[in-house]
Design a protein around this ligand. Structure first.
Ligand SMILES: [Zn+2]
Length: 310
């Protein structure tokens, strides 16, 4: 299985268009130790020819341009794409808006939970991906589903599972109390498996906390791509960017007693890679104390173009 990080940043990307935080200023000026990053997406393939995207970011056009494996193959006719399917983990703009880039009457499949597919159904602009050319396939929870699209079996399965999280910001219901109307299926993690080799990768770009159920599921996994939005819960508040904590946004932070580094320290995972990294995160600075503490704990900080083979 080949896994490519198309985009390693959280919503807004790095730098973010309207942001003057110290990281965004540094990366714009070309300071050493800072890499620009596009928004959150992975591509996975068994054979290197047919690919599934895990989330479709608003930067997808640029990501395809920078990834030769995703280019149209001239030997395959006047119109072609190696992208046969897209799996969505939630209704966030940074995970879904890129679907619009996949119009032009190209067959592929779109997978999501009933909650996420209902967001697509409610927004008529997504009808540019017209059925039956682009079927929308509902993913059950906790059940491996074979991935296919455009008449091609990808030779992989996807298992969706609910993770602690929050409904997308633009869907919040302020009258619904502390959880803003969040329901099961609003935020999922994915386990992509190759039944032939029995190898699997987990992809969890949004997660509010690692509870017992999630810890049990991830224990002993060989490879996990995980939510690296924030280093500390209040870093956006502290930097004067926004009055919201990670907890309020549905994202666990990396550091501290209840952070992801501590939670994973007991799980025996083979390789841990942060993705969905917000531009406020001090670990984006390769020379920072935050970066050193992450790497010292055995984690990697994902970057655009990172490729892993399982
Ligand atoms: Zn910024």
């Amino acid at each position: 299985m080949i896994i490519k990080v198309l985009g390693s940043a959280a919503g807004g990307g790095f730098p973010q268009w309207n942001c003057n935080c110290r990281n965004c200023v540094a990366v714009r000026s070309g300071a050493p130790g800072f890499k620009a990053r596009t928004q959150s997406s992975l591509a996975v393939s068994r054979d290197g020819e047919s690919w599934v995207l895990l989330n479709a970011s608003p930067d997808l056009r640029q990501q395809i341009a920078h990834t030769p494996e995703l280019h149209a193959n001239p030997k395959s006719g006047p119109r072609h794409s190696p992208i046969k399917a897209v799996v969505l983990t939630n209704g966030d703009v940074d995970h879904m808006a890129g679907l619009i880039n996949l119009r032009e009457a190209q067959p592929l499949s779109v997978y999501g939970t009933q909650r996420v597919l209902s967001v697509i159904a409610d927004n008529s602009v997504f009808n540019v991906l017209a059925e039956p050319l682009v079927p929308r396939i509902q993913l059950p929870l906790d059940q491996p589903t074979p991935l296919s699209g455009a008449g091609v079996d990808l030779g992989l399965t996807v298992e969706a599972f609910a993770v602690p999280g929050k409904v997308a910001l633009y869907l919040e219901d302020a009258s619904a109390g502390d959880d803003f109307g969040t329901q099961e299926g609003d935020t999922i993690g994915l386990k992509i498996s190759d039944p032939a080799t029995k190898k699997s990768v987990f992809y969890i770009p949004g997660c509010a906390t690692i509870d017992e159920t999630l810890a049990r599921r991830l224990k002993g996994a060989s490879l996990v791509f995980f939510d690296g939005t924030l280093f500390t819960d209040d870093e956006m508040v502290e930097q004067g960017l926004m009055p919201k904590t990670g907890g309020r946004m549905g994202h666990i932070n990396m550091s501290g007693a209840v952070g992801s580094i501590a939670a994973f320290s007991k799980l025996g995972v083979g390789r841990l890679i942060y993705v969905h990294i917000n531009n406020s995160n001090p670990a984006l600075d390769e020379n920072s104390a935050a970066r050193k503490s992450i790497e010292g704990a055995g984690w990697e900080v994902g970057y655009d173009g990172l490729e892993v083979r399982l």
